[in-house]
Design a protein around this ligand. Structure first.
Ligand code: TYD
Length: 207
């Protein structure tokens, strides 16, 4: 039985380690799990990621950003995600298209309807079965990023931008409480880890 779950949220919410914990726990529970991340996840997508993250690309327009994220995603879906789901596996992805809607749509105010159409084309209509939103206040998230030392071009946008991103995520989650589950990522990560695993296992047993 295939299942596609994504982790989303603003900077510093611990998505990457939570995605890894979740993938490991599901593997131990005997699911055939593939862990991936965006932007990246294939060799071609990693090359696109390097262009997106390069600190010198300060003049990149948000529409270029969106199209590069979408191009990277198109490759990841067709080369990795779709084949694994077609084999009946579970895919855990650290970010997916809702990141583009939150950052380029809500954050940079690109037209959400246009983004939806391009996303539909890029992903061949593949939506996640479950979206886990690791929500936390912008100040805490950016502080964690700074002390973590992996600062990139996109982290450097102004604070109001990150605020719009957070609000955008919350708006999407509140509009569709069936597919989205929101967690308080300012809590200790082991508490969040348990909550995530319980919800995913419950959803897997329902499907
Ligand atoms: P990364 O260092 O992988 O960060 P994180 O640990 O926060 O996931 O950087 C990914 C950055 O790219 C992050 O700032 C969010 C941004 N992003 C977008 O703006 N749009 C997108 O579609 C995706 C996938 C990521």
């Amino acid at each position: 039985m295939s299942f596609f779950v994504t982790l989303e949220g603003p900077e510093g919410g611990g998505k990457t380690s939570q995605a890894k914990y979740l993938a490991d726990a599901l593997t131990q529970a005997d699911f055939d799990v593939l862990l991936t991340r965006e932007p990246g996840g294939t060799e071609i997508s990693d090359q696109i990621r390097n262009v997106l993250m390069a600190i010198e690309n300060t003049s990149m327009d948000p529409s270029t950003e969106f199209l590069l994220f979408s191009a990277s995603r198109a490759q990841l879906v067709r080369a990795i995600i779709r084949p694994h789901l077609d084999n009946g596996g579970v895919v855990v992805s650290d970010r997916y298209f809702h990141s583009s809607w939150a950052y380029q749509g809500y954050g940079h105010r690109l037209d959400l309807n246009a983004l939806r159409q391009i996303t539909d084309f890029a992903t061949d209509g593949l939506s996640p079965d479950l979206i886990l939103l690791l929500d936390l206040p912008v100040e805490i998230g950016l502080q964690r990023r700074l002390s973590g030392g992996s600062w990139n071009r996109l982290d450097a946008y102004e604070k109001q931008f990150h605020q719009r991103v957070r609000e955008g995520y919350r708006t999407m989650a509140e509009a569709n409480t069936e597919d989205w589950v929101m967690f308080d990522a300012s809590e200790p990560s082991d508490a969040v880890r348990e909550q995530i695993l319980n919800i995913v296992l419950r959803r897997l047993s329902q499907d």
